[in-house]
Design a protein around this ligand. Structure first.
Ligand SMILES: Nc1nc2c(c(=O)[nH]1)N(C=O)[C@@H](CNc1ccc(C(=O)N[C@@H](CCC(=O)O)C(=O)O)cc1)CN2
Ligand SMILES: Nc1nc2c(ncn2[C@@H]2O[C@H](COP(=O)(O)OP(=O)(O)OP(=O)(O)O)[C@@H](O)[C@H]2O)c(=O)[nH]1
Ligand SMILES: [Mg+2]
Length: 456
C-alpha cells in the first residue's frame, strides 16, 4: 500500500550549504540504504546500531564509483520522527551533491515523499496528534521568537492535553445523562438537568477563554498586516525605511515615486508585522501609476491596520479627504509626518481620532508609533501565559463546539429532554476531536499536510 511505502526526500533547503540531510522512512529504509552505502569499517549497514552515526560513501552500485562522502544514522521505529524505521544521510550541501545522493536512494527503491508526508506518518502512526503536527510546520514558518515559542508548546502537546481534558469531561456529562435516561425518575431527571447545565456552563467558560486568545494568537502566528496609505509625497516610503532602519524603498521629492507594492517584515516586540508601502493615492493619467493606485486601494481592504500618513507641512487637500473616505471605518492610525517642518495643516478640519506626530526624516515619534501598533492588538504583556489558539482551523472548531454546547445548555435549562441535549453534546465532542484529528475526515487531514514543505 502506498501509505506504507518507503519514502525519501531532502529535509534541508536546497542551495549552497555546509551539509544536507536526506531522510528516508519506512520498512525498507535500512535495506535500501545498505545497497548504496559503503562504510569505512567494512561492515554492512544492515548491522548498523540504531541512534549512532556511521561514516562512509554513497556509491553508484552499478559502477561502484563514489557519489559522495557521508555520515548516516539509523533510527529504529517506533523511536523515530515518523515512528517507522528512519535513515538519515548527511551528505555535502549544494544542489548537485544532494540530488545525486537522493537519486541513488530512489534508484535503490524509495519513492519521493509528498509534502508533509514524514509528519503525516508521525500522525498516522500515533506519535503525535494533528494539532502537534500542525505546530511542526508553524515552528519552521515562525517569524519571531514568540511565534516559535508558542508553536513549540503546541508541538509538545499543550493544546492537545487541553482538548483531551475537555473531551473527557464532555464524555462524563454524556454518561451521566445516559444513566438518568435509562432509569427515568422525575426527581433524578431534574437534579441531573441542573448538574449538566452547571458542568456545561463551566466548560463553556473554559472554551471561551481559549477563544479569547485567538485574536492575539492569529497575529503571533500569521503576523499583522499593516498598510501605509496616503497621497503622493507625504513620506510613506520614508516611513517604511524609518521603521526598518534601512533604505529599502526609493525616496524622492517627486510625487508618484512608488509605483508598486513593497512588503517587508518587522519584528515589533515579538509581533511579526508585515509592512506594505503603497503608491500614493491620487487621480492620475499615467497608466503605470494608475495600476499602483488601484493596488494601494486593494491593500486598504486587506490590511489589519492602516497607517494613514499626512504631510504636516502642507494644507489638507481633496486627495486627503478622498483617502479618509476610502479608509472608512477600518482600523487605522493617522500620522502627521514631517513635524520637523513648519506646521501648515489645520487638523481640526479632520474627522479623525487619535493622531501621532512623527518625522520619518529624523525618526521622531517612530518609537511611539510602534508602541501604539502593539497596544492596539495586544492588551497586557505579550507572553505565552495559558494555551494560545493560533490556528484558524482550531478557532473555527472551538466556535462550532461552543455553539453546540450552548444549544445543549439551552435545551436542558428549558427542561427539554436530556436526550436532545446529549445529541448536541456529542456533536461538540466531535468538533473538539477535529482539532486533534481524532474525528477529522481523511480528505481534510490530507489537505492540511499538503500545505507542508517537502522533506518535513
Ligand atoms: N537530523 C534531524 N534533526 C532534526 C529533526 C530530524 O528529523 N532529523 N527534527 C525534525 O523535525 C527535529 C527534531 N524532532 C524530532 C522529533 C522526534 C524524534 C524522535 O525520534 N522521537 C521518538 C524517539 C525519541 C527518543 O529517542 O526517545 C519518539 O518521540 O518516540 C526525532 C526528532 C529537529 N532536528
Ligand atoms: N522634512 C521632511 N521631509 C520628509 C519627511 N518624510 C519624508 N520627507 C521627504 O518627502 C519626500 C517624499 O518622501 P517619500 O517617502 O518618497 O514619499 P511617499 O509618500 O512615499 O511618496 P510616493 O511614493 O510618491 O507616494 C522626500 O523628499 C522625503 O525626503 C520628514 O519627516 N520630514
Ligand atoms: Mg513612496
Amino acid at each position: 500500500m502506498r501509505e506504507f511505502e518507503t519514502i525519501a526526500a531532502i529535509s534541508t533547503s536546497l542551495g549552497e550549504s555546509g551539509v544536507s540531510i536526506i531522510k528516508i522512512s519506512g520498512e525498507e529504509a535500512k535495506a535500501i540504504v545498505a545497497r548504496i552505502f559503503v562504510q569505512k569499517n567494512g561492515r554492512s549497514f544492515l548491522e548498523a546500531k540504531p541512534w549512532y552515526m556511521n561514516y562512509g560513501h554513497i556509491i553508484n552500485p552499478a559502477t561502484g564509483e563514489h557519489v559522495d562522502e557521508v555520515l548516516v544514522s539509523y533510527f529504529q521505529g517506533p523511536k523515530s520522527f515518523t515512528a517507522e524505521d528512519v535513515v538519515e544521510i548527511n551528505c555535502h550541501g549544494g544542489r548537485v551533491a544532494t540530488e545525486s545522493v537522493l537519486n541513488q536512494v530512489f534508484l535503490a527503491g524509495a519513492r519521493p515523499a509528498e509534502p508533509g508526508e514524514f509528519t503525516k506518518r508521525a500522525f498516522l502512526n500515533g506519535r503525535i496528534d494533528l494539532s502537534q503536527a500542525e505546530a511542526v510546520i508553524d515552528i519552521i514558518q515562525s517569524k519571531t521568537e514568540l511565534a516559535m515559542k508558542s508553536a513549540m508548546e503546541q508541538s509538545e502537546g499543550r493544546l492537545s492535553r487541553e482538548i483531551a481534558d475537555i473531551r473527557s469531561r464532555l464524555l462524563h456529562v454524556l454518561a451521566y445523562i445516559e444513566v438518568t435516561v435509562d432509569f427515568p425518575e422525575e426527581d433524578l431527571e431534574f437534579t441531573t438537568g441542573q448538574e449538566v447545565s452547571e458542568k456545561l456552563g463551566a466548560l463553556m467558560d473554559h472554551v471561551k477563554s481559549l477563544l479569547s486568545s485567538a485574536e492575539e494568537g492569529k497575529i503571533i502566528r500569521e503576523g499583522l498586516n499593516l498598510a501605509i496609505i496616503g497621497k503622493p509625497n507625504v513620506g510613506k516610503s520614508s516611513l517604511l525605511n524609518a521603521l526598518l532602519m534601512e533604505n529599502r524603498a526609493i525616496v524622492t521629492d517627486i510625487p508618484g515615486t512608488t509605483r508598486d507594492i513593497i512588503e517587508e517584515y518587522l519584528n515589533i516586540e515579538g509581533i511579526p508585522v508585515k509592512i506594505t508601502d503603497t503608491a500614493g493615492i491620487r487621480e492620475t493619467q499615467d497608466v503605470v501609476e494608475k495600476i499602483g493606485v488601484d493596488r494601494s486601494k486593494g491593500k486598504i481592504q486587506e490590511a489589519d491596520l492602516i497607517v494613514f500618513v499626512l504631510d504636516r507641512s502642507r494644507p489638507l487637500e481633496k486627495e486627503d479627504y478622498d483617502i479618509i473616505e476610502y479608509i472608512g471605518n477600518r482600523k487605522s492610525i493617522t500620522l502627521l509626518n514631517k513635524t520637523d517642518l513648519e506646521d501648515k495643516l489645520e487638523l481640526e478640519k479632520l474627522p479623525l481620532g487619535e493622531v501621532i506626530a512623527v518625522s520619518a526624516l529624523n525618526g521622531y515619534g517612530i518609537g511611539e508609533l510602534k508602541k501604539r501598533i502593539k497596544d492596539l492588538f495586544f492588551h497586557g504583556s505579550l507572553e505565552i501565559r495559558d494555551v494560545l489558539v493560533t490556528n484558524r482551523r482550531h478557532k473555527e472548531a472551538l466556535m462550532r463546539a461552543l455553539e453546540k454546547m450552548q444549544d445543549a445548555k439551552n435545551a436542558v435549562d428549558a427542561g427539554i429532554s436530556l436526550d436532545l441535549a446529549a445529541i448536541d453534546i456529542s456533536a461538540a465532542w466531535n468538533y473538539f476531536g477535529e482539532i486533534t484529528g481524532d474525528t477529522l475526515s481523511e480528505d481534510l487531514v490530507d489537505k492540511i499536510f499538503s500545505d507542508f514543505c517537502i522533506g518535513k
